[in-house]
Design a protein around this ligand. Structure first.
Ligand SMILES: [Zn+2]
Length: 112
């Protein structure tokens, strides 16, 4: 892959990482603090399930952040854009849509 293309994917990855860490920070500030819950039990229950949703979002985001960091490491090592399963180059369209992917479309489809 050309350096010019690598730079473009790197920018996409960095932008996505920035977006995730900004969103993450915002959610932390908005997260309800369990210590300050007052009011009727229904309010408390909905605040608790809201907190649970945010925890799940955190887990999804942190997985994605790891995938992004892995992709940036592959760019640094010079093996970015190659499918980990079949070793074929991943299409530019797929990398543009999902720049942190490790698999080509065929292998992804086989894995479900
Ligand atoms: Zn493949």
């Amino acid at each position: 892959m050309e350096q010019k293309e690598l730079d473009r994917y790197k920018e996409l990855l960095l932008a996505k990482r920035e977006e995730l860490s900004t969103a993450w920070k915002g959610r932390d500030e908005l997260a309800p603090s369990a210590g300050h819950l007052q009011g009727d039990p229904a309010d408390q229950a909905s605040a608790a399930s809201e907190a649970a949703i945010q925890v799940r979002l955190h887990q999804t985001d942190s997985k994605l952040l790891r995938a992004i960091d892995d992709a940036l490491a592959r760019i640094a090592r010079g093996n970015y854009g190659t499918c980990e399963v079949c070793g074929e180059p991943i299409s530019a369209a797929r990398l543009t849509a999902v720049p942190w992917t490790r698999l080509c479309l065929n292998c992804k489809a086989e894995q479900g």
